[in-house]
Design a protein around this ligand. Sequence first.
Ligand SMILES: N[C@@H](CCC(=O)N[C@@H](CS)C(=O)NCC(=O)O)C(=O)O
Length: 223
Amino acid sequence: MTITLYHCLSARSFRPLWALEELGLRYELKLLPFPPRAHHKPFFEQNPLGTVPLLVDGATRISESAASCQYLAARHDPGGLDVSPGEPDYGAYLNYLHFGEATLTFPQTLVLRYRFFEPPERRQPQVADDYAKWFLARLRTLEPRLAEQEHLCAGRFSAADISVGYALLLAQHLGMAEQFTPMVAAYWQRLQARPAYQRAQALQFEAAAAQGVPLIAAPDLRP
Ligand SMILES: N[C@@H](CCC(=O)N[C@@H](CS)C(=O)NCC(=O)O)C(=O)O
């Protein structure tokens, strides 16, 4: 049975793509123009939300990026990319896995929307500025942890690092990487140096070119 990932360039679906590469699994990568809701309406038949990711593995269909990583890691690399319930850092793992999406990525989507995606008359600079500050303040809470350890939990790279790592990638697209604190900036460098991260980056552009999808990363679109 083949795993299928529906993906838009550098959207949150980059999380499961990176996880698939870390795990060395076989999968089919289906690139969609962003946003699929406007540019590929048949996708609603696959995911009624119209959002990416959609990870399909047999009868399993997951439309949350952090959950996709947790699922892949637990199924294919327990005690490795996944942190097991019996490990002391299990709680920290779940916390950072969800912190990456709920606390770090959500405020950035407001920046993206109200600074860049909305037509000029609907933009809200105050909202964008406030949520950029919100994001950077939440991000600073990682500083003491990263001063003590290379990764977020369990003394190794895990799916929690993929979840938070995507939030850092998005921040880079939004021009906020210069405001990372030193430990966060060094952590981001370490994540980008991973071969699986680099493969995922290259593969997504190769697949987009092969599938006739525009080569602009979703967060860089300025509709
Ligand atoms: N919480 C979900 C959010 C999914 C989501 O909103 N994905 C965005 C891409 S980053 C999307 O598909 N947006 C298109 C739209 O809203 O129409 C996750 O973590 O996967």
